[in-house]
Write a protein that binds this ligand. Structure first.
Ligand code: BDR
Ligand code: CA
Length: 312
C-alpha cells in the first residue's frame, strides 16, 4: 500500500479523512502533522489525538506544526466546525495519546529523507507546514512522489470570500511557496470537485450501528445545519476525505495539467487560485487540477471503508 503523511487542521471533515486513511488498506499512514486553521494548533492536535485513539491506531505519530499562518493572522472557522472543531463530538473524551515532541516541518523533511518507499503528502489544511518545510529544505520535492492538497477553486466560487477557498485564503503565501516548489506531481482537490462530494442522511443511515456511526452523526450535525442555510439541502461537503480518497483511488477524479497561481495582494481576491486554462501566461503546468469527480464511487468507497463493526 501507498505510504502517506497527512497534514490536518482537524476539523469535521479532516477527522473523516483521517478515519478513511487509517481504515483503508491502500494507504499506510506514516504520520499525521497538525496545523493552525479551522481551529488553533492546540485544538487541531487534541482533536487529531482523539480521532487516532478512537480508531485504535495510537502508534501513528501526531506531530504539531505551525500555530499561525506564515505572515497573516489566524482565521478560525468555529461557525462551521463548532467551538471544538469536531462539532461537539468526543467532548468528554480525554485521549491518552499524546503528540510527539517534534515540529511538523522538521518531521516532514526527516521522514521524506529517510523513507525507503515512495511517499505522498496529503494536505487538508492551510499549507503553512509544507511551506515551512520547503523554506528549510528546498530540495524536498525530490524526495516526494506526490503532494495532494485540498484547496482552492478554479472554475467556481469561493467558500470564504466570493473567490477564495478556505485553506488557500488562510495562508496564501504558504500556498504560493507550495505551488512554485516544483513537485513531481502536485494534485489539487479543490471545491470544483469537493462540493460535489456530499455526505447525506442516506449515508449516515448506512453508517448507523457501525463503530463510527454515532460519532459521525454528532460531529456533522451542526455542519449540516449550516450547509442547509446556504445551500438548501442537508449534507456535509466531504472536502478533506476526497483528498484522501484521491490517494487511495486516483481515478475518482479527472485531472488536467495546468498552471495555477494564487493571489496574495488584492483588496478583494486574496487567496484566489487563478488557473490558466488557455495558456495565456505562457507558463509550464505545475498542478494536476481535479475538474470532475465520480461522487457516487467516492461515497461508496468512504462508507464501505469506515463501516467497521461496533465493539462489544
Ligand atoms: C476546507 O476548509 C476547511 O474548513 C475544511 O476542513 C476543508 O479543509 C474546505 O474549504
Ligand atoms: Ca481541513
Amino acid at each position: 500500500s501507498r505510504k502517506v503523511l497527512i497534514d490536518v487542521d482537524t476539523g469535521v471533515d479532516d477527522a473523516l479523512g483521517i478515519l478513511l486513511a487509517i481504515h483503508s488498506d491502500d494507504v499506510d499512514v506514516a504520520a499525521i502533522t497538525t496545523v493552525n486553521g479551522n481551529v488553533s494548533l492546540e485544538t487541531a492536535t487534541l482533536n487529531t489525538c482523539k480521532i487516532v485513539e478512537m480508531t485504535g491506531a495510537s502508534h501513528i505519530p501526531v506531530v504539531p506544526g505551525a500555530n499561525q499562518p506564515l505572515v497573516r493572522t489566524s482565521y478560525f472557522e468555529h461557525r462551521i466546525h463548532g467551538a471544538d472543531g469536531i462539532g461537539g463530538a468526543l467532548a468528554e473524551f480525554t485521549p491518552t495519546k499524546k503528540p510527539e515532541n517534534d515540529y511538523a516541518a522538521d518531521y516532514m523533511i526527516e521522514l521524506a529523507k529517510k523513507s525507503t518507499q515512495p511517499l505522498t503528502f496529503i494536505m487538508t489544511g492551510p499549507l503553512t507546514n509544507l511551506a515551512e518545510a520547503l523554506q528549510k529544505c528546498p530540495e524536498l520535492p525530490t524526495y516526494l512522489d506526490e503532494v495532494i492538497f485540498m484547496g482552492g477553486v478554479v472554475d467556481d466560487i469561493g467558500n470564504v470570500t466570493p473567490v477564495a477557498e478556505y485553506n488557500m485564503y488562510v495562508d496564501p503565501e504558504a500556498a504560493r511557496i507550495v505551488l512554485e516548489a516544483g513537485f513531481k506531481k502536485l494534485t489539487q482537490v479543490g471545491l470544483d470537485v469537493t462540493r460535489k462530494a456530499l455526505l447525506t442522511e442516506a449515508h449516515l443511515q448506512q453508517l448507523d450501528n457501525t463503530k463510527y456511526g454515532e460519532y459521525i452523526r454528532q460531529s456533522t450535525s451542526d455542519y449540516m445545519a449550516r450547509y442547509i442555510e446556504r445551500n438548501g439541502v442537508k449534507a456535509c461537503a466531504m472536502h478533506d476525505p476526497l483528498a484522501v480518497a484521491v490517494a487511495i483511488q486516483p481515478a475518482l477524479v479527472t485531472t488536467q495539467q495546468l498552471f495555477v497561481d494564487i493571489e496574495t495582494s488584492s483588496r478583494l481576491c486574496d487567496g484566489q487560485t487563478v488557473c490558466d486554462f488557455q495558456g495565456r501566461l505562457d507558463q509550464q503546468p505545475n498542478v494536476h487540477v481535479s475538474l470532475k469527480v465520480d461522487a457516487d464511487a467516492f461515497l461508496n468507497l468512504f462508507v464501505h471503508t469506515i463501516s467497521v463493526p461496533q465493539e462489544g
